[in-house]
Design a protein around this ligand. Structure first.
Ligand code: ZN
Length: 206
């Protein structure tokens, strides 16, 4: 999937073309979620430097956390121990729907994801850690999770097609993989979803 995104908002969010991540199949059978979803620390400890490690069954959640600008690692295939070690070593909060993994991650900040619907999952994470004010859409590469850096129009000339260079005004580049992003005709569907996600956060009853 490839869709160009442009987002304007009161926080002056950066615009970008977003290239979708590959869907990751999961064959693991999971038990119903437990009742406990309590983070291990007060919300205020988390939300300034929130980083996530997302388990392999939650690819859509991981993708959207990156779209919203949050530092998020996701692996299509990874052993539980390896994921927990990465979370531990990088100071990440574990997000999972796997009851076994959730129970084993005793020493990690963690959140059990309750819903099977990714929209509800995103809402749960943003609400649980009070992250609504931290959202910075399209500021992070959804392929490799690195932050995007501004790219001058002159520099972009050598990196995008002539038609893109002629039609877009603002460019950015992934600091890790070098992927170039720009304002442009964006995915209506993705933008609609973005509005739903952000608007939902303003409705405390949802
Ligand atoms: Zn990248």
């Amino acid at each position: 999937m490839s869709g160009r995104l442009a987002q304007s908002g009161e926080r002056g969010v950066r615009n970008a073309e977003v290239v979708g991540s590959s869907p990751i199949p999961s064959t693991t059978v999971h038990s119903p979620p437990p009742a406990c979803t309590v983070p291990l620390c007060p919300v205020s400890v988390y939300n300034k430097t929130m980083r996530f490690a997302v388990d392999c069954m939650l690819g859509k959640l991981a993708k959207w956390l990156k779209i919203l600008g949050f530092d998020t690692v996701f692996h299509g295939r990874i052993e539980d121990d390896a994921l927990m070690e990465q979370a531990r070593s990088e100071g990440r909060t574990l997000l999972t729907r796997d009851t076994g993994l959730f129970a084993r991650a005793k020493d990690l900040p963690k959140l059990f994801i309750e819903s099977e619907r990714w929209e509800d999952q995103v809402h749960q994470v943003l609400t649980a850690f009070n992250l609504r004010e931290q959202v910075l859409p399209y500021s992070r590469c959804i392929e490799c999770n690195a932050e995007l850096a501004p790219l001058s129009r002159d520099a972009a000339a050598n990196l995008v097609s002539a038609s893109v260079h002629g039609s877009a005004n603002t460019f950015s580049i992934c600091s890790l993989c070098g992927r170039v992003f720009w304002k442009g005709t964006h995915s209506r569907r993705m933008e609609k979803k973005m509005k739903e996600i952000l608007n939902r956060g303003q409705d405390r009853d949802v």
